[in-house]
Write a protein that binds this ligand. Structure first.
Ligand code: NAG
Ligand code: NAG
Ligand code: NAG
Ligand code: ZN
Length: 547
């Protein structure tokens, strides 16, 4: 159980030639000489069964506790909102900003989902990570199984970068989007990132490295894209992505060859010469279904008037811009995207599963851009508000959560209503101001001068949106945080989401409420709930009769 790897300082170099992305660099791993020996996780964690059984046992326990509270109430529709990196600190700061923008002190404000009746907490660690990335967490909250960092839609049996291991049938997972489709419902994804990015990919991809968004990235890691297709190709060509009725977000470059230039003048990244946007349209044409591909906001608003059966909207070559920096003529808001998706999917009378991601909260935090992180959080709150207006609490479950935290802190002893984006009214030991929102690490490091912190409030771009808050540890990209994240639930079976539990329970809980997927279902629970008293009466009758 114990690895005997305590040697001198050593560096394991993970060579990522051009791989990775700016926000999630693949850093060398350091282990100090005095490091504690590391215990290996229980072997069972590497199986899908372990996490599935863990979740199903928790559902049985909670169902027993909630017996008698409308067990028959089930969800036709499920919308899962994911704020990437939306820590509890981010929520507290964002709600304060919301109130301050409305001219109030702010702390008393509520984000749209903070009014939901049930709140829980999830533990976000991954099998091989104390602190998670967005791909092992996507596997947990969309496929119901904890995984290794950097992998998507695969159990812990698959190490990152291992294409061959990812082909073992037993390791390949199905997402709740597939469970919904299997039940005759519809499914879709909406995100402010590339649609091939880690979080949305959890709904449709099985891939041993989150960065394999196009074939060129797979070749860079010396793996074979014909054996292990890239994420964009899986979305267009494989089940369940090829059955999604709505796919809205960014990332055109992952679908286009290097020889082609998109509508806004950006070149594609594929080296296999394929144009997957055209292939998506050709596939729909061959199925004789109606479809539309749109790349800007006005087109989206036009198709929203009479929606096709299938809609693909790719509004940027890369991620969608931050809301505060977006051109509102070409970029839809997350609330607009959410509304179009819900209107489209609501046409299925059996119901739907929709995944909506506010994906750039995470990116802003990685750059120590607190104002952008909070504004993106408020944009997600607005999208949740829109969904809550469009969908009834009686038949639609809305779940709002985050994949992992960040290391932004809300600190000092400022009085009520103090500008949440401003300095604390406190000073450090040398009398230098510090910010209410700062980070423990990231690119916002300023070297001390003569042993004293610099006064960041005197910097020329202070408080501009590209101004970085200050940090303790200098890093190119701020890291994720390892604490628990909140879960908010409204609609059928919302009370099942209370408590503190593994993140991998989330899709099992949603599936329970919607009566889809392989596990326990609220509808069958309702049956046993009604049956139990009848059974008891019969037994009692027989008992007394034959006494
Ligand atoms: C395609 O769908 C249209 C409208 O539903 C129908 O009239 C037509 O016959 C279909 N064509 C084929 C080849 O299935
Ligand atoms: C949106 O796309 C349509 C169709 O390509 C184009 O005619 C229109 O000019 C675009 N709008 C903007 C604001 O770029
Ligand atoms: C740092 O301290 C030295 C010695 O007191 C002084 O000469 C120098 O100007 C100081 N530097 C700054 C940037 O304040
Ligand atoms: Zn991140």
């Amino acid at each position: 159980m114990w690895h005997s790897t305590t040697v001198l300082w050593y560096i394991v170099c993970v060579i990522a030639i051009g791989g990775g992305d700016r926000y999630h660099p693949e850093r060398p791993t350091w282990r100090p000489a005095a490091a504690r020996q590391v215990a290996a996780p229980d072997a069972a964690e590497y199986t899908a069964q372990h996490w599935t059984e863990e979740a199903q046992a928790a559902i049985r326990a909670r169902r027993a506790r909630l017996r008698g509270t409308a067990a028959e109430h089930t969800a036709r529709n499920v919308v899962m909102f994911l704020g990437d990196g939306m820590s509890v600190t981010t929520l507290a700061a964002a709600r304060t900003l919301l109130g301050q923008r409305q001219g109030r002190p702010g702390e008393e404000s509520q984000l749209a989902f903070e009014t939901f009746p049930t709140v829980g907490l999830t533990k976000t660690y991954c099998i091989n990570g104390q602190i998670a990335d967005s791909s092992c967490t996507a596997t947990a909250y969309l496929c119901g199984v904890k995984a290794n960092r950097g992998t998507i839609g695969l159990s812990g049996a698959v190490p990152r970068y291992d294409c061959a291991a990812s082909l073992q049938e037993a390791a390949r997972l199905n997402s709740i989007a597939a469970w919904a489709l299997d039940d005759g419902r519809d499914a879709g994804i909406v995100t402010t990132t590339r649609v091939t990015h880690a979080s949305p990919a959890g709904a449709f991809a099985r891939v041993a490295n989150r960065h394999w968004e196009n074939d060129a990235e797979i070749l860079k890691d010396n793996q074979d894209p014909t054996l292990c297709p890239d994420i964009a190709q899986q979305l267009v060509k494989s089940y369940p992505g090829n059955r999604f009725k709505v796919i809205l977000g960014g990332g055109r470059r992952e679908f286009l060859p290097t020889s082609s230039v998109d509508e806004e003048g950006n070149v594609g990244r594929r080296t296999d010469g394929r144009n997957l946007i055209e292939e998506w349209q050709a596939d729909k044409r061959a199925q004789n279904v109606t479809y539309d591909y749109v790349w800007n906001r006005s087109q989206l608003m036009n198709v929203a008037e009479s929606l096709p059966e299938y809609l693909l909207g790719l509004f940027e070559s890369d991620h969608l811009p931050y809301h505060l920096e977006a051109d509102s003529a070409t970029e839809p808001t997350l609330a607009e995207l959410t509304e179009v998706a819900i209107r489209s999917l609501s046409r299925n009378e059996k119901g739907f599963f929709l995944f909506v991601e506010g994906g750039r909260i995470d990116h802003a935090h990685h750059d120590n851009l607190a104002e952008l992180a909070l504004d993106e959080t408020l944009e997600m709150s607005a999208a949740v508000a829109r969904a809550a207006e469009l969908l009834s609490e009686d038949d639609s479950l809305i779940v709002v959560t985050a994949d992992h935290a960040h290391v932004m802190t809300l600190n000092g002893y400022s009085p009520r209503g103090n500008d949440i984006l401003g300095p604390s009214n406190d000073r450090d030991e040398a009398g230098v101001p510090y910010m209410t929102l700062s980070y423990s690490n990231g690119p916002g490091f300023r070297p001390h001068i003569n042993g004293t912190r610099v006064d960041v409030t005197t910097e020329p771009n202070y408080r501009r949106i590209e101004w970085k808050s200050h940090v303790d540890v200098p890093l190119d990209s701020e890291t994720h945080g390892g604490e628990d994240v909140a879960v908010f639930a409204r609609g059928p079976q919302h009370a099942m989401f209370a408590g503190l539990y593994e993140q991998s329970q989330l899709p099992h809980l949603m599936a329970y409420a919607a009566c889809i997927g392989p596990g326990l279902h609220a509808c069958s629970a309702a049956a046993t709930h009604l049956l139990a008293p009848a059974l008891l009466t019969t037994i009692a009758f027989l008992f007394f009769r034959y006494l």
